[in-house]
Design a protein around this ligand. Structure first.
Ligand SMILES: NC(=O)c1ccc[n+]([C@@H]2O[C@H](COP(=O)([O-])OP(=O)(O)OC[C@H]3O[C@@H](n4cnc5c(N)ncnc54)[C@H](O)[C@@H]3O)[C@@H](O)[C@H]2O)c1
Ligand SMILES: [Zn+2]
Length: 363
C-alpha cells in the first residue's frame, strides 16, 4: 500500500513521489492516472531486472500497457554517451514516439542514464523514476538532475529534467548489499545534519529498525529525506544557490574518493567529509565539540568511517584545488552554523591545510 506521498512543487513541472512497501504490483494505477500512453520502455540492468522486473511489468501488462525492455550494463560505466546511444537505438528501432513513457527501474546509475535519454530523445519524452537503491530513493531520483559521464569528468553531460512521478517501494531495499545500503545512509545522515529534527532523532532512535529494514520506519525515513530534498529543489531547481547545501560533506568527500582511487566509496568518503565539515565548523566557532562527537557517533552507528587513512592533507587539498566549485583562490565548503543550519563558506588554504592535518591525526 502507498503509505506516503511527497509533492514537489515546481509549477508545471510539479510531481508526486509515492512511497510504500510492496507496491510494485500497483504501479500501473499511477501510470494510468498520469498518462494516456499505452507504451512504456523499461530501462534497467540485469541485476535489478531479475529481482524486480517481473513485478513491475506484470503490473503494466495487467493494465494493458505494452512495454519494451532495454537492458543496460550494471555499474557506473553505463552512464556513458555510448550506452545512451545504444538506448536511443533501441527506442528508434522499437518505434518509440514522444507520447510514450520511459520507466527507469534501478539505482542512481539507471535513473541518471534513463533520465538523460528521456530529456534528449525526440527533444524530451516523459519519464518515471522507480528507484531501488537507498541512495536513489532519498537522493538521485528526486530533483531532476540527469546526466552521463565523460571520460574527462563525472556528470559532465546532462540536463535538468524532472520525472513525471517517482514511485518508491522500500521493500526493494531488502536485497540491497550492505555496502550500498550504508552508502545511501551517508546521504540520509547528510540530510539529518543540514535539517536537524525530526530526521536526526529518528536515525538515532530507530537504528535497529532501520538496519533491520523495517518497512514502516524506512518509509518514514525516505519520506522525510524526499521532503527535505524537495524543499531545497523547489527553492533552487537549477543549482544556483541553496541546492549547494546538498553538498554537505562532499567537498572533502570527492577528494577522498579520487585520492584513494575509489577504495572509499562515495558514501564512505562523504561520511568522512561530514565529520571534517563538522570539525571545521567547530574550529570556526560555529558549533561545539558535541556536534563533532555526534557526527562520529551517528556515522559509525551505520557502519561508515569517520576518518581516512592513506591520504595526506596536502595531497587532498591539491585534489580539492581542481574541484570545479573552487572560486577565487579559496575553497568552498558547506559548514554548519549549528545543526540544521547549513552555510556556504570560503576557507583559505592555510586554515584548510592546518585543520585537515590535525583532523587526519585525530582518532
Ligand atoms: N541525479 C542526482 O541528483 C544524483 C544524486 C546522487 C547520486 N547520483 C548518481 O547516482 C549514481 C549512484 O547510484 P547508486 O548508488 O544507486 O548506484 P547503482 O545505481 O550503481 O546501484 C548500486 C548497485 O546496486 C544494484 N541494485 C540496485 N537496486 C538493487 C536492489 N534493490 N537489490 C540489489 N541490488 C540492487 C545495482 O545493480 C548496482 O550494482 C552515481 O552515478 C551518482 O552520480 C545522482
Ligand atoms: Zn552524494
Amino acid at each position: 500500500m502507498i503509505k506516503q506521498v511527497v509533492e514537489i512543487s515546481l509549477g508545471e513541472r510539479s510531481y508526486p513521489i509515492y512511497i510504500g512497501d510492496n507496491i510494485l504490483h500497483g504501479f500501473v494505477d499511477k501510470f494510468k492516472d498520469k498518462f494516456n500512453a499505452v507504451k512504456a520502455a523499461v530501462i534497467t540492468n540485469s541485476t535489478v531486472w531479475d529481482l524486480y522486473g517481473g513485478r513491475l511489468t506484470e503490473s503494466l501488462t495487467a493494465g494493458a500497457i505494452d512495454y519494451e525492455l532495454i537492458l543496460v550494463p550494471d555499474g557506473e560505466k553505463a552512464k556513458s554517451l555510448s550506452v545512451a546511444g545504444q538506448v536511443y537505438g533501441g527506442l528508434i528501432k522499437k518505434g518509440f514516439e514522444r507520447k510514450d513513457v520511459i520507466v527507469a527501474l534501478g539505482g542512481g546509475v539507471v535513473g541518471d542514464l534513463a533520465g538523460f535519454v528521456a530529456a534528449t530523445y525526440e527533444r524530451g519524452v516523459p519519464f518515471v523514476q522507480v528507484p531501488t537503491t537507498l541512495l536513489a530513493q532519498v537522493d538521485s531520483s528526486v530533483g531532476g538532475k540527469v546526466a552521463v559521464n565523460h571520460e574527462l569528468g563525472k556528470n559532465m553531460i546532462g540536463a535538468f529534467y524532472q520525472p513525471a512521478f517517482v514511485y518508491i517501494d522500500v521493500s526493494t531495499l531488502n536485497t540491497l548489499p550492505g555496502k550500498e545500503f550504508a552508502g545511501g545512509m551517508a546521504e540520509v545522515i547528510k540530510y539529518a545534519f543540514i535539517k536537524g529534527e525530526p530526521l536526526l532523532g529518528l536515525i538515532q532512535e530507530k537504528k535497529r529498525a532501520i538496519l533491520g529494514k523495517e518497512t514502516g520506519v524506512l518509509s518514514e525515513m525516505v519520506r522525510i529525506c524526499c521532503s527535505i530534498k524537495g524543499e531545497i529543489v523547489e527553492k533552487d531547481e537549477r543549482d544556483a544557490g541553496v541546492r549547494a547545501y546538498l553538498n554537505y560533506g562532499h567537498t572533502l568527500g570527492h577528494a577522498i574518493e579520487s585520492t584513494t582511487r575509489y577504495d572509499y566509496s562515495h558514501g564512505q568518503a562523504v561520511a568522512v567529509g561530514m565529520v571534517f565539515a563538522a570539525r571545521l565548523s567547530q574550529r570556526l566557532g560555529m558549533v561545539g565539540e558535541d556536534v563533532v562527537e555526534l557526527h562520529k557517533r551517528v556515522i559509525s552507528a551505520y557502519g561508515l568511517p569517520v576518518t581516512v587513512s592513506g591520504a595526506g592533507a596536502v595531497e587532498l587539498v591539491q585534489v580539492m584545488e581542481r574541484d570545479k566549485k573552487r572560486t577565487g583562490g579559496e575553497h568552498v565548503f558547506v559548514l554548519l552554523d549549528g545543526v540544521g543550519n547549513p552555510v556556504v563558506k570560503n576557507i583559505d588554504e592555510d586554515t584548510l591545510v592546518s585543520v585537515l592535518s590535525e583532523f587526519l591525526r585525530e582518532v
